[in-house]
Design a protein around this ligand. Structure first.
Ligand code: SER
Length: 882
């Protein structure tokens, strides 16, 4: 049975049992910064286990079924070495949120395996949590599994997440029951007598039924508290590939239909069959390329941190194994279409984003292969300096790793090929020393941070967060709660003092979400302080970084906080940023994701994922779209709502950004294109209507890093100033060229072609000059029966210089030396050669006296750097006497 068929059977089976079938969620967990990648079918559904209402399509669904793509990257080094480990896999699951519980979950699992997949019931074994008599009884009495095939185990085996009671993590969890398939003694070891025994592959876990009824809370490691959830839930996970391997009757999942075509392709390209030690490499490549394609298709880009770093590691490891198989050029991007073919029916983003994925992989491959080459050269040099029996020092292996990204196992592999060992212990020590250094640096930073924070922590406990009034107002009254200078808390601050002012409420926006912090004034009777910028602590206490200009500012003083009106310009740029984001997605595609932004009064900068430069046409379309939004003068509104609701409504959120339970959604009420809208989770300040933006112009577009582009743009007055600047420059140019502005281009064309004509003229004059020079009578001198000539001719390049020398020989010289601005050509006649002269050695003899360098042989030699006067003088002395 093909993998796709198993997937479909599963989903429709559970649909038949009243479940809503949802497509797989992204590998990038939305708004769950605790998770690098989606690693289980239940992960995207976490909120519903905790009590959030699962509303889809306007209806509440307490039963859901999915086939979820997952990525687990905790054990990368073992992938390939065994045929059990992998990173990217698919998990089939059925979920109940406070609806059915153990009995149904167990009976349906059994029904599906035995009736629909037709697995032999006699080969199925099950396990339950040690105290779970209820599940035990269901298996024994309702299903009829004989007692000798039901095992009881502790929290490591039969609690999910494994061992969570003692070791964490916190969150939804519960006892579980697992179903195993017995593949027969041939796959096992003698000590393997049932699930969770022995070290063989005889009993394969195929399905985990989790009875999610607790919220694990408390310290990690624990023991934690198991707080009963408001409802009892079911979370099941069936390993699609393990089941596929059983039903396709193959040894392991690498031989199933969504892996093997990749392995075959690698075998074909490398000429190395899938067998023996080399097969590790085939497996690594097949697994990693699937993971890389899936992650890129979901919007991850290669980077030096976080998700981007994980896929960079995967790509490099795959590439390195390709290298070991003899695939020395980029090849992984050519496997991407194969992956899309194998999985694209179910994960359409793999097809839609294929061109972008291929391109990113190819660029990344090229980049790594270059580094690899640098490392190889260095390693070669190091190895050739070793004497037989010596080992490569660990420090050197570490330097290769650190500067060339050259992995230790590759160093070991290559050194071994040449008969050398590597001091791997020394490598480890060097690595640890480096880690120690960076840990020390980090601890230092934390220490500094803590001190200043203490005062604020106390303040927070007393008064809570600062109230922000700036969504509507630019001015407001507030009371000074604290004055901070460094770690000190001051009672008052006199003129000239730099302080951070904490108010109970403020209209000043604190830097965040890309928008810069507000600046302006604090005024009180008899005094004034200038606020340079505003920031806020994690707790939401606003710090006005100010300098007292007049009077004394005291704690308890009531001040008038006046934001500089330039903030309105910042708002223009902020709303324009949202419109730009939406326009980018509309024009370039949904793979565009915000990767950073800056919103200031005079400009905006927006970084986003996209694999290639934008064309001028794309930029124009994007700019026009934003301006249409502006001209239509739509209202901009915002409201607070629960995060879940905002996501359901499709508000754009930033991945990896932490959001609270309640979020602010900023929305533009209208759009220039049907189906296009701008709605984002955002805490920033915005214009009231898009018309306030005035105008929007893109200034430039450039690369930031692989796969990330940057647009800089201006709105409002800044846009007008920008356009005016260009127009002024144009006018100044026109004046300088004494033409009307409309004739500028014509004038430029004319100037360029005139320039070209002049250049041609100069060239031909030069040539005529040389000709004339050559036609001049040359005085030939003579020595020992050989006629020689030395001529200096400025302005000749290589070919003309040689011609001039030829010419002299034709006109009777036996030895001709032509010099031109440091360059020199020496030419000999036949006769001179017969007399035993040789151009190369004669030229070198010349350079010994006149300096410079050069050489040649037979009748011709050339070089540069000779001092002409000395050369002229020296030549006769070098000719034979008779
Ligand atoms: N969450 C469980 C697992 O990952 C079952 O889906 O195994």
């Amino acid at each position: 049975m093909r993998t796709a068929e198993i997937r479909e059977k599963y989903l429709s089976f559970f649909e038949g049992k009243g479940h809503l079938r949802l497509p797989s969620f992204s590998l990038i967990p939305e708004n769950d910064p605790s998770l690098l990648f989606t690693s289980a079918g239940m992960a995207p559904l976490k909120p519903y286990f905790l009590g959030a209402k699962p509303i889809f399509g306007g209806k509440e669904w307490r039963r859901i079924t999915t086939c979820q793509e997952c990525l687990r990257v905790g054990d990368i080094e073992n992938v390939g070495r065994t045929s059990r480990h992998n990173t990217y896999f698919e998990m089939l699951g059925n979920f109940s949120f406070g609806d059915y519980f153990k009995k149904e979950a167990i009976l349906w699992a059994w029904e599906f395996l035995t009736d629909h997949l037709k697995l032999d019931p006699a080969r199925l074994w099950v396990t339950v949590y040690q105290d779970d008599d209820e599940a035990y009884a269901i298996w024994r009495d309702l299903v009829g599994v004989p007692e000798e095939r039901i095992g009881r185990f502790g929290e490591d085996e039969n609690y999910w997440p494994g061992g969570a009671i003692t070791h964490g993590p916190n969150g939804p969890s519960g006892p579980c029951s697992e179903i195993f398939y017995d593949r027969g003694p041939a796959f096992g070891t003698p000590d393997e007598t049932g699930p969770n025994t022995g070290s063989g592959d005889r009993f394969v876990e195929i399905w985990n039924l989790v009875f999610t009824q607790y919220d694990r809370q408390g310290p990690i490691p624990g023991p934690g508290i198991l707080k009963p959830l408001p409802q009892k839930n079911i979370d099941t996970g069936m390993g699609l590939y393990r089941v596929a391997a059983i039903l396709q009757d193959v040894e392991d999942f690498y031989r199933t239909d969504t892996f093997f075509p990749l392995i075959e392709q690698v075998a074909l390209w490398s000429g190395k069959p899938y067998e023996g030690k080399a097969s590790v490499s085939h497996r690594v490549i097949a697994d990693h390329v699937r993971a890389v394609v899936a992650a890129l298709a979901d919007g991850v880009t290669f980077a030096n941190t976080g998700r981007g770093y994980v896929i960079r590691r995967l790509l490099r490891r795959a590439l390195r194994h390709g290298y070991l198989l003899g695939l020395k050029g980029p090849f992984l991007h050519r496997l991407a279409p194969v992956v899309a073919e194998l999985l694209g029916d179910f994960y359409p983003e793999m097809r839609e984003n294929l061109p972008m994925v291929e391109k990113q992989i190819r660029l990344e491959e090229e980049r790594f292969l270059e580094t690899l080459e640098g490392g190889l050269k260095r390693l070669d040099a190091l190895l050739s300096g070793l004497k037989p029996g010596e080992v490569l020092p660990g420090q050197e292996a570490f330097r290769l790793y650190d500067t060339y990204g050259f992995p230790l196992d590759l160093t070991v592999e290559i050194a071994a090929e040449k008969g050398f060992g590597v001091d791997t212990e020394g490598f480890q020590q060097a690595l640890e020393a480096q880690q120690e250094r960076s840990r020390a640096a980090m601890a230092f930073e934390r220490e500094i941070f803590k001190k200043g924070a203490q005062v604020l922590e106390e303040l927070y406990a007393e008064r809570g967060a600062t109230e922000f009034l700036g969504y509507g107002a630019l001015e407001a009254e507030g009371e000074v709660l604290a004055l901070l200078a460094g770690d000190q808390s001051l009672g008052e601050a006199g003129p000239g003092t730099e302080v951070q002012v904490v108010l109970d409420k403020t209209p000043f926006y604190a830097e965040g979400g890309g928008q810069i912090g507000d600046f302006g004034l604090l005024e009180w009777p008899g005094g004034r302080a200038r606020v340079e910028t505003t920031q806020k602590t994690e707790r939401g206490i606003f710090l006005h970084k100010a300098r007292v200009e007049e009077g004394v500012l005291r704690v308890g003083e009531r001040v008038r906080a006046v934001v500089d009106p330039g903030r309105r310009d910042t708002e223009r740029h902020h709303t324009a940023t949202h419109l730009l984001h939406a326009a980018l997605r509309a024009v370039l595609g949904p793979h565009v994701r915000q990767a950073g932004s800056l919103v200031a009064p005079d400009r905006l900068r927006f970084d986003f994922t996209h694999p290639e430069p934008l064309t001028p046409e794309e930029l124009e379309r994007i700019e026009l779209l934003v301006n249409r939004w502006v001209m239509a003068d739509f209202p901009v509104t915002w409201r607070y709502m629960p995060l879940e609701e905002a996501k359901r409504e499709g508000a754009m959120a930033l991945f990896g950004e932490k959001y609270g339970e309640v979020v602010r959604v900023v929305r533009v009420e209208g759009s220039p294109l049907p189906g296009l809208e701008s709605k984002e989770l955002c805490g920033g300040t915005h214009v009231r209507r898009t018309g306030e933006i005035g105008a929007f112009l893109i200034q430039k577009e450039e690369a930031v890093s692989a796969g990330v582009r940057r647009i800089e743009a201006v709105a409002g007055e800044a846009a007008i100033r920008f356009a005016r600047g260009i127009l002024n420059r144009q006018r100044a140019l026109a004046e300088r060229l004494s033409v009307g502005e409309s004739a500028l281009e014509e004038r430029l064309e004319k100037l360029l072609s005139e320039l070209k004509a002049k250049e041609r003229e100069v060239e031909s004059l030069k040539a005529r000059l040389v000709q004339a020079e050559l036609r001049k009578e040359v005085a030939l001198s003579e020595k020992g029966g050989l006629r020689y000539a030395v001529v200096e001719m400025p302005g000749l390049d290589g070919e003309a210089l040689r011609q001039a020398a030829d010419d002299l020989v034709e006109r009777g010289a036996d030895v001709a030396l032509v010099l031109s601005e440091g360059r020199a050509v020496l030419k000999l006649s036949k006769k001179a050669k017969e007399r035993g002269l040789e151009a190369g050695s004669l030229f070198r003899a010349l350079t010994e006296r006149a300096g410079g360098r050069g050489g040649g042989k037979g009748a011709l030699a050339q070089g540069a750097g000779l001092d002409p006067a000395t050369a002229k003088e020296a030549l006769p002395g070098l000719l034979p006497v008779e």
